[in-house]
Design a protein around this ligand. Sequence first.
Ligand SMILES: C[S@@+](CC[C@H](N)C(=O)[O-])C[C@H]1O[C@@H](n2cnc3c(N)ncnc32)[C@H](O)[C@@H]1O
Ligand code: SF4
Ligand code: SF4
Length: 492
Amino acid sequence: MAQVIPLDSLLTGKAAAPVPASAPKAGCSAGTCGSAAGAASLPPDVWAKVKDHPCYSEEAHHYFARMHVAVAPACNIQCNYCNRKFDCANESRPGVVSERLTPEEGARKVLAVAASVPQLSVLGIAGPGDACYDWARTRATFALVARRLPDIRLCLSTNGLALPELVDEIVDMNIDHVTVTINMVDPEVGERIYPWIYHGHRRWTGRDASRLLHERQMEGLERLTARGVLVKVNSVMIPGINDAHLEEVNRQVTARGAFLHNIMPLISDPAHGTAFGLAGQRGPTARELSALQDRLEGGAKLMRHCRQCRADAVGLLGEDRGQEFTLDRLGDPVQEPVLDDGSARAEYRAWVAAERADRAAAAAEAVTALADTPALLVAVATKGGGRVNQHFGHAREFQIFEARGGRIAFAGLRRLDDTYCKGGQGDEDGLEGLLAALDGIALVLCARIGDCPRQRLAAAGIEVSDAHAYDYIETAIAAALGGRAGATAVTA
Ligand SMILES: C[S@@+](CC[C@H](N)C(=O)[O-])C[C@H]1O[C@@H](n2cnc3c(N)ncnc32)[C@H](O)[C@@H]1O
Ligand code: SF4
Ligand code: SF4
């Protein structure tokens, strides 16, 4: 196994050690070591596009950060699940932002983040309105950033209505990742989601609005994929409205070349002031979501690690460092120019290349111990880097991996309302919610856990281990499960 430079020292800028030339190349084939096998499961040109993109590659999300800048407030449609007026720093969901920025402010923020977060690889514009409808601001921001930070990938998110005419410009600007939200391919379903759209200098309502939106979404998707742009399709799963219909959506977007399909559970609460929230429309349960995702396997690749981020999120997926980079903290652009020569990011990426190759090789070797293991779900507490490296009490989410017959694959996320540990004390009241979030999990792996939560989990039939702290996730799972051929099978 290659010598690996510690992540913490690299991120604090104290690592001067060169990446070892002896780092083994990724050598496991698809299907053998699940989430660590990105390079081997995709054509080289596609892997080159996704390998540093935390949303387009589950494997990359262990290492790379994205940021959104909230420069595009205007939108040309109304979705029954969206209210962009709602603004709360503690609320993490799409469309919510703390401050709206001009393109110049947005670019300055990107420079500041890039200078202090070496994991940054992607700038996305995801509203808080629509990046294509508010195109002048989107374009100006991307142009400013591309000039200063050519190594940062550009990415945008749109409802698709204004997309078709922008495809040439998108390609010319090297925006090689575009997300289109497609919730229906049947206007009858669409009219229950979209009360109106604005197009061609007029407002459209009812079935005509949804038909037009659908036609333009399909046209935009086809044009983008024909030009080699990687397209992720977001679909909001709305029980009773489009949940059954999303299988047809998946078929149609797969046929048009979508690279990834991200089924996002509807977030709905009367306090958000959305039409669905006020009408009592519920979101899907975790089980309903994963059952639908399982039915869609075989179409476009599914994204199961989406965190439904704010439109101004910063950091690794699952963490939000946005409040560290608000405008008032960025200082005066003339008095305090941001200095960044890109060397910290280059050094970090070289480290990741060695680390992910080492992880893939270690995973390929480790899973051989699991040849006879029945389907088991394992929850992992991780802060990134593809390792078991978070204390149980500090976790706000668990990454779920399925071990089955010689294979370990990422299977989704279980998110918590809060951490178990607060101010050094365990929150006994919160344990019920935590146990509910771990429903169906056979084993929890974490860096450390106290006796009290360990016993409570054991009483609920969930084993916990901190014996594999700081190991790669796959190595830790294989070591913990090895020899359990007769263990009880668990399903998602
Ligand atoms: C805020 S939108 C911005 C980009 C663009 N306007 C769009 O709709 O694609 C980003 C994503 O968040 C999703 N979204 C917004 N509100 C949501 C909610 N309440 N529940 C789930 N997803 C939501 C949208 O469907 C979209 O996929
Ligand atoms: S298209 Fe996007 S920004 Fe516009 S209302 Fe829908 S979710 Fe909100
Ligand atoms: S909302 Fe999902 S796709 Fe968008 S940046 Fe967050 S994790 Fe990635």
